[in-house]
Design a protein around this ligand. Structure first.
Ligand code: ZN
Ligand code: MN
Length: 152
């Protein structure tokens, strides 16, 4: 087994243990969605997960995917990244990190940087809001899209 496969299996076991502790039943569909989330580093939408799994699970629906993502979110296994009107993306890695987003193809890449906690304190101080969290997104053109542009 490759190191990558080994990590995925490990994270899958951990996540299943977390779900079981929360009293959640592990169905084959639920396990497949979880595994897809762990293996993909692309922050997929519910629709993308549906497209990927429907060949193996002909009875699966987008609603099933959504229900499962909601369960994973409630147990803290995935984080939802809402984007206004367009569909949310889902992130398996809930450790604090920021995102760099391609303006052309929409790809989201993790960017690890020390948390800007002082911004929250300052925002709370200045606005009197009870600040709950913050989200930072950095935009640009990914390598693939830069190459496409220079080739056309
Ligand atoms: Zn791109
Ligand atoms: Mn991420």
């Amino acid at each position: 087994m490759s190191a990558e496969m080994d990590t995925i299996e490990h994270e899958l076991e951990d996540s299943i243990a977390t779900l079981r502790q929360a009293g959640i039943r592990i169905t084959p569909q639920r396990q497949a969605i979880l595994k897809f989330m762990i293996a993909s580093h692309t922050h997929p939408t519910a629709d993308e997960i549906y497209q990927a799994l429907s060949p193996d699970f002909p009875n699966i629906s987008v609603a099933t995917i959504y229900n499962n993502l909601r369960v994973f979110k409630e147990t803290g296994i995935v984080k939802e990244l809402p984007y206004g009107d367009s569909s949310s993306r889902f992130d398996f890695n809930t450790h604090n990190h920021y995102h760099v987003i391609c303006e052309q193809c929409g790809k989201i890449v993790d960017f690890h940087y020390p948390q800007l906690d002082e911004v929250e304190q300052l925002a709370q101080h200045v606005t009197d809001f009870n600040i709950t969290h913050h989200r930072m997104e950095i935009y640009g053109l990914c390598k693939e899209c830069q190459d496409k542009k220079s080739n056309s």
